[in-house]
Design a protein around this ligand. Structure first.
Ligand SMILES: C[S@@+](CC[C@H](N)C(=O)[O-])C[C@H]1O[C@@H](n2cnc3c(N)ncnc32)[C@H](O)[C@@H]1O
Length: 337
């Protein structure tokens, strides 16, 4: 079920009011935050189905229980390595607990918590903080080169709905992320910067006492993320399994997402005491951790496209999720006493 037109109009009216109160424009990040996370009307807050066949996009979780089955084994492995008996999995962005059910189906004795947007963070966490496609759903700042300078993409009210307007950079951190780029030759180049992902990392690093952070998402390393041929950036919108590049249509009814810059996560994590221990393509990770489960399915279902056989293909094959998605494992360094 998608948001009825009345609530879409209500959300557009609310965002227009926010823009008017702000003096005529807001950053794109603020717009994206309201479109996705307005407490009652936002895309992810209105209670409508978003992920899976009846939603707007598939994730590794919605493909079936195989992802959770392989992760369950990996979490058990981490638990065996963990010093202490308070190991738990803390999944951020776990929606209605679909992945939790798959993981616990395979490993019922794991402790597993789901934390969704708007819920308070635990004071302390031990074990493994996990997310799948959380960071690509966080509001991003958009920047563009105009007149040889970096400018921030802002949002103003237009007759139809909303339109872009450039403004000065709203946050000094943005320039730090762009310093290495030769803006003189890049007139019109645009990209996204996910400061919220770094803030999320700060929040969890401060609360994780002992253990790991395991992040699955689609994205690139920094140099690739900002490559000159990606001059239109990474923002994408999804509505009923169709992609478009216009965040101002179907506000509150379509997903807005951007690829993740994994180098930023690695470097920022290092500064926060999170040591990167593994960074691989999703396909590689799942083959390494679930080789025997996968072999069993492939041999058992040879010649027929069963649900599980098709899940193997979706999750691992490079033309599906196997290559574009990455897994990053970071380990919290012991605190000095
Ligand atoms: C693209 S969906 C992915 C859902 C699920 N993990 C999956 O793989 O099917 C992103 C989810 O992250 C949640 N989210 C966004 N910001 C969050 C935050 N700060 N803390 C926890 N969850 C958050 C959204 O509400 C949404 O459910």
């Amino acid at each position: 079920m998608n948001a009825p037109a009345a609530s879409r109009e209500e959300l557009v009216a609310e965002i227009r009011a926010v823009i008017a109160r702000a003096g005529g424009k807001i950053t794109f990040a603020r717009f994206m935050e309201l479109a996705l996370y307005h407490p009652q009307l936002g895309y992810y807050r209105s209670g409508a189905k978003r992920v899976g066949k009846d939603g707007d996009f598939f994730t590794s979780v919605s493909v079936g229980p195989l992802f959770g089955k392989i992760l369950a084994r990996f979490f058990q492995k981490l638990r065996a390595e963990f010093d202490g008996d308070d190991f738990a999995v803390w999944e951020f962005g776990g929606r209605g607990g679909e992945l939790r059910a798959d993981v616990l189906g395979a490993a019922p004795d794991l402790k597993y918590h789901v934390i969704e947007v708007g819920e308070p963070l635990p004071e302390t966490m031990n074990g493994c903080i996990f997310s799948n496609e959380l960071l690509d759903a966080l509001p991003v700042h958009r920047v563009r080169v105009a007149g040889g300078e970096w400018r921030e993409v802002c949002v103003k009210i237009s007759e139809q709905s909303f339109a872009e307007e450039l403004g000065p950079l709203s946050d000094a951190r943005l320039l730090g992320h762009l310093r290495a780029l030769p803006r003189e030759q890049m007139e019109g180049y645009r990209t996204e910067i996910n400061l919220r992902a770094l803030e999320w990392l700060e929040q969890i690093a401060a609360r994780l006492r002992r253990g790991w952070v395991l992040t699955f998402d689609y994205g690139f390393e920094h140099a690739d993320y900002l490559a000159p041929h990606r001059r239109d950036g990474h923002l994408q919108c999804y509505f009923r399994h169709t992609r478009n590049a216009d965040p101002f249509q179907r506000v509150g009814e379509q997903d807005i997402t951007a690829h993740v810059d994994f180098t930023e996560l690695v470097e920022h994590g290092r500064a926060l005491g999170l040591e990167p221990v593994r960074f691989v393509e999703q396909g590689r990770f799942l083959l390494d951790e679930g080789a025997d489960v996968i072999r069993e399915i492939v041999e058992r279902d040879a010649g027929k496209m069963s649900q599980e056989r098709s899940a193997v293909q979706q999750l691992i094959h490079p033309t599906h999720m196997g290559h574009a998605f990455r897994a990053l494992l970071q380990r919290k360094l012991a605190e000095r006493v």
